[in-house]
Design a protein around this ligand. Structure first.
Ligand SMILES: C[S@@+](CC[C@H](N)C(=O)[O-])C[C@H]1O[C@@H](n2cnc3c(N)ncnc32)[C@H](O)[C@@H]1O
Length: 268
């Protein structure tokens, strides 16, 4: 891919040729994942989130003595100051910060599909790096969020690249398949209803070409997937989805522990 985007709920990376932009990282997700860490983890330094420095949440032999650090507010601010975030994305991030549901922001890539748009941060990030001939099919059920997304697509001059599908994402994906668009997409980002992940994945696997990439967000689900005591419907659904994906020979997968965790799947 000449350019691609990988954005997740709390972290957002833009890869464009050799450029890398990290525009949003959430400070609490890693520490939340390790809040229940077991006693055999050695806690070095201190464990206060208000600490100025990053702290080590685990450096157990089990992990080859690799240190796992938490992202503190100071480190988060440092990252925000040391990435290349386009002005238009900064504006949208700041406007979204005051809105209900603002913790949901995420993703992105060339002939692309996004499942779960919200106010459009990830869709704008994708659209900005798409070539003029590129397109992003943006699936979202919430009309109010879409109004904000459209405003920023217009403001950024990328509306012509974005094909908004207002409605249930599974229905929109099925209509793309019925329209003969199977195997014609390069990239898809999944960030909508967690209980629908398996269905989205099956539909997207039809729509994405061989070699294409599907990125699934929130696969660590605040760490709950690893806690056998947590068995609510969303957690169980993501846990089952992760297990199925691990055994799925139609894709190569890589689970990335940034933000709330995301799995990058490459269609074989
Ligand atoms: C986490 S937010 C998406 C954030 C966005 N990707 C970003 O990075 O800015 C999830 C969105 O999925 C939408 N959604 C949830 N279930 C859906 C469904 N069944 N069909 C379409 N959209 C859905 C919600 O309305 C919400 O706006």
């Amino acid at each position: 891919m000449a350019s691609s985007l990988v954005v997740n709920r709390f972290a957002f990376f833009v890869f464009r040729e050799t450029k890398k932009t990290v525009s949003k990282l959430h400070s609490s997700s890693l520490s939340a994942s390790f809040r229940g860490c077991k006693s055999n983890y050695r806690f070095a330094r201190n464990c206060s989130v208000s600490s100025a420095d990053a702290f080590i949440v685990a450096d157990d032999d089990k992990y080859g003595n690799k240190q796992i650090i938490s992202v503190t507010p100071r480190l988060y601010d440092y990252m925000l100051r040391n990435v290349r975030e386009p002005e238009i994305l900064r504006q949208l991030r700041e406007e979204t910060a005051g809105m209900r549901g603002c913790q949901m922001q995420i993703l992105g890539a060339k002939r692309c599909i996004e499942v779960g748009v919200y106010t459009g941060y990830s869709s704008l990030a994708i659209a900005l790096v798409l070539p003029e001939s590129g397109c992003l099919v943006a699936c979202e059920r919430d009309g109010r969020s879409l109004e904000v997304a459209k405003k920023y697509h217009n403001k950024a001059g990328v509306s012509h690249k974005v094909n908004i599908k207002h409605g249930l994402a599974a229905d929109s994906l099925k209509s793309l398949i019925l329209n003969g668009e199977s195997s014609s997409y390069d990239f898809a980002f999944v960030d909508a209803e967690k209980k629908m992940y398996q269905e989205y994945f099956e539909l997207l696997l039809q729509l994405v070409r061989v070699g294409g990439v599907i990125v699934i967000d929130n696969v660590l689900w605040h760490g709950k997937v690893a806690d056998p005591m947590v068995n609510d419907a969303k957690t169980v659904s993501i846990r089952n989805f992760n297990k199925n994906l691990m055994e799925d020979e139609r894709v190569n997968i890589s689970m990335v522990p940034i933000g709330d965790g995301m799995t990058i799947c490459r269609k074989l």
